[in-house]
Ligand binder design. Structure first.
Ligand code: ADP
Length: 394
């Protein structure tokens, strides 16, 4: 009988899932989907590997399914659709593994308790990531569950890289740069050797440009530094997040505008970035199609912030061998890639216009000193792979 691994990625208002079946040494996607609007108007859709809809349900306006209800529904859906495969385990995306977790971990009640301690470090994500784990521990205590962390890949960063210029005691207490999008970077690192031995062994900067956006400097496929810090709001400007901001602005908003922590959080995470500048949308496609001056201003700032951060990470690496684009914007937008590649000409990047327009994977000319690549990320497959490996290792 074949075995299956389910992957759960639970956010504040949605639960995304996918199921992989073991096929020899590989894991093959069988079904994926999501339940959105958990507290408003829940809607479920599932698609097969060929993208055809294999399940759909709406609960109607004003219904509250919540995380527990969503998980119960999903487990029942997966049971009915298992096609004879046994569920060997469930892998979860968990944003924060703190200082402790540099690897995926099998979760029991003790580990769940440890992960709950990181809720204050990521209050917008961690509680939602943990909700399905808790539910499954209650429902199916014998079903192996594995937590895979967005921070883990960056635990290879040197201590110095993780430090802020705050009093040292705060560093020891965990106020440090953790870095995020680690599962995406780890996946890209895992396929890099197939595309370029030089990128895999050398100095490579990976740009994860999705709704959230960050960059990771790698040396030999290990994270050396990243643009995100204590929280996922630092670094590049994003769809609705500011990116790096003078902390003096926060003090000003508190003192002079009377804003409290919640109001500032809303501003920094949800009302800024591409949306805040353009006043139109957080969606790059919409802005690229718009003729409004503030849409192009938002794109200009987006690219300028990448240019600055790229220079900073290239300096950390002491040079650059490869530049890799991934996630929604990085994989799909030839226009944004073209601007970033041309801004990096000073580092020895020579864009190949036709190759970039065609979507890669190679984006630069054969003569280019720095190799440019566009590679699709696959965080779900990374989680499924980790989950299988952790279960097997026991
Ligand atoms: P998430 O971080 O939520 O996983 P994605 O990685 O899917 O998000 O990235 C979403 C972003 O990718 C959006 O800004 C969207 O506009 C952008 N995007 C997707 N396709 C394109 C495209 N063809 N051109 C430009 N931007 C695109």
């Amino acid at each position: 009988m074949s075995t299956a691994i389910a992957v759960i990625n639970a956010g504040s208002s949605s639960v995304k899932f996918s199921v992989f079946v073991e096929s020899g040494a590989d894991l093959r996607l069988q079904v994926r989907g999501q339940i959105e609007g958990l507290f408003t108007a829940p809607h479920f859709v599932a698609r097969g590997a060929d993208d055809t809809v294999v399940g759909e349900k709406s609960w109607g306006e004003g219904q509250r399914l919540g995380h527990d209800g969503a998980l119960d529904f999903l487990i029942e859906f997966l049971r009915q659709r298992s096609g004879g495969a046994t569920l060997a385990g469930v892998g979860h995306r968990v944003v924060h593994g703190g200082m402790e977790y540099a690897q995926p971990v099998r979760v029991d009640a003790r580990v769940l308790g440890a992960l709950e301690k990181y809720v204050p470090l990521a209050p917008l994500h961690q509680p939602h990531n943990l909700a399905p784990i808790r539910r499954l521990l209650e429902r199916s205590p014998d079903l192996p569950q594995v937590a895979c962390f967005d921070t883990a890949f960056h635990r290879s960063n040197a201590e110095l890289v993780q430090m802020f210029g705050l009093p040292y005691a705060m560093f020891e207490q965990g106020v440090r740069r953790y870095g995020f999008h680690g599962l995406s970077y780890e996946y890209v690192a895992s396929v890099l050797p197939q595309h370029s031995p030089r990128a895999a062994t050398g100095r490579t900067i990976v740009l994860h440009l999705g709704n959230g956006a960050s960059m990771c400097a790698m040396q030999g496929c290990r994270s050396v530094a990243s643009s995100m810090g204590f929280t996922a709001v630092e670094g590049l400007m994003m769809g609705t997040r500011t990116g790096s901001l003078d902390p003096g602005v926060v003090l000003y908003l508190m003192d002079q505008r009377g804003m409290d922590a919640r109001a500032i959080e809303k501003l920094l995470y949800h009302q800024s970035g591409l949306l805040g500048i353009s006043g139109i949308s957080s969606d790059m496609r919409t802005l690229l199609e718009s003729r409004e001056p503030r849409a192009s201003l938002a794109i200009d700032l987006y690219c300028y912030r990448i240019r600055r951060e790229l220079g900073s990470l290239a300096a950390v690496l002491g040079g650059l061998d490869a530049l890799v684009f991934t996630a929604g914007i990085g994989e799909n937008s030839a226009a944004i890639r073209a601007r970033v590649l041309d801004d990096a000409a000073w580092l020895g990047v020579e864009r190949d216009a036709a190759a970039n327009d065609a979507g890669g994977p190679r984006l630069t000319r054969p003569t280019s000193r720095v190799l440019g690549l566009a590679l699709p990320t696959n965080e779900e497959l990374m989680i499924a792979t980790h989950t299988r490996n952790v279960i097997r290792a026991r």
